[in-house]
Design a protein around this ligand. Structure first.
Ligand code: AMP
Ligand code: ZN
Length: 302
């Protein structure tokens, strides 16, 4: 198999792009594709400082590597949720720190236990009935937004890839969750009440491509899924979509990208659920619909 960039020996064949590339041409090509995504959706520019949310996994570390190589200003944030299982949090934190150190990049580490006094699993146990995953999502959203504001970053980037986005779209479509379908986007604009702009620069990058990138760049990442992961359903959707992809290359990207295009030109319309009015949390100052304390601050009251 020949590289279609330089004629050398290809290491990856991407049927959906009808393209095979070698170990030198592929990372360049993927970075250009990400750059194009950033520009196409107006995610950010050279004047912005991007806060990359890194989990220690391949997608977010590959994203940070690309943004640094593309000369964007960036810092990272890792949120240590205190998940003890097989040292999951310690391992992913270590990978994120080693990555940042090796490249001279700034990583903000939020240690939930040290700062607030309890881990996500402990809090979930204390609030019987509350799933660790929904708690974890709320904590991550709050802390990412806080760190972004405090570190003068102008935009928050996550490592969600094409497979993640296509699986989410599939789930939302299966149940016709029109409110979610209205909001699922590569860019969520900042809100005047204090939510940072959120972007997903890898939304056109297949999981297999980001894994290949991380491998070729020598990025040491955590391979395990979070032990609490309730993503069984999303994994089923991913498997279904991969099956479809193997019969019909580019099915995944056309499912997702054609949806975005159709919605952008008004061919499909979903009514956004009106957000209840926001106030500032009395303790942390972040936006909340709860009035008084936000959900995050209330968590530490009990
Ligand atoms: P996940 O929901 O685990 O698929 O993660 C989606 C994205 O959220 C990742 O690509 C990261 O950008 C971000 N993320 C997940 N976990 C963490 C964490 N513990 N700290 C910071 N960012 C995270
Ligand atoms: Zn608060």
């Amino acid at each position: 198999m020949k590289c279609q960039g330089c004629g050398g020996s290809a290491v990856i064949k991407m049927r959906q792009h009808k393209l095979a590339l070698c170990a030198d041409c592929f990372p360049d090509w993927l970075r250009r594709r990400v750059q194009h995504t950033i520009e196409r959706y107006g995610m950010f520019g050279p004047a912005d400082k991007v806060l990359v949310a890194v989990s220690g996994g391949k997608d977010s570390l590959a994203l940070w590597d690309m943004l640094a190589a593309l000369d964007y200003q960036s810092e990272g944030v890792y949120i240590d949720l205190g998940i003890p299982h097989g040292d999951y949090s310690a391992q992913s934190r270590g990978r994120a720190l080693a990555f940042a150190q090796a490249r001279g990049l700034t990583l903000h580490v939020v240690d939930l236990v040290a700062t607030y006094g309890a881990s996500v699993p402990e809090k979930a146990r204390a609030l019987r009935g509350r799933s660790a995953c929904s708690l974890c999502g709320m904590v991550k959203r709050h802390e990412m937004n806080r760190v972004a504001r405090e570190s003068d970053c102008t935009v928050l980037a996550t490592g969600h890839n094409l497979d993640d986005e296509a699986a989410t779209l599939f789930g939302n479509t299966l149940r016709w969750q029109t409110g979610y379908l209205a909001r699922q986007a590569p860019v969520l604009p900042a809100s005047s009440d204090g939510f940072m702009r959120k972007v997903k620069p890898l939304c056109r990058v297949a999981e297999r491509e980001s894994a290949a990138y991380a491998l070729l760049q020598g990025i040491d990442y955590v391979r395990d899924e979070c032990p609490f992961s309730e993503r069984a359903t999303s994994l089923v959707y991913k498997r279904l979509l991969n099956d479809l992809e193997s019969r019909s290359p580019a099915a995944k990207q056309s499912f997702y990208l054609e949806f975005l295009k159709a919605r952008d030109r008004g061919a499909v319309q979903f009514q956004e659920v009106e957000r209840p009015p926001m106030t500032s949390c009395e303790q942390c100052g972040q936006p909340t619909t709860a009035g008084g304390l936000c959900a995050f601050c209330r968590l530490w009251e009990v």
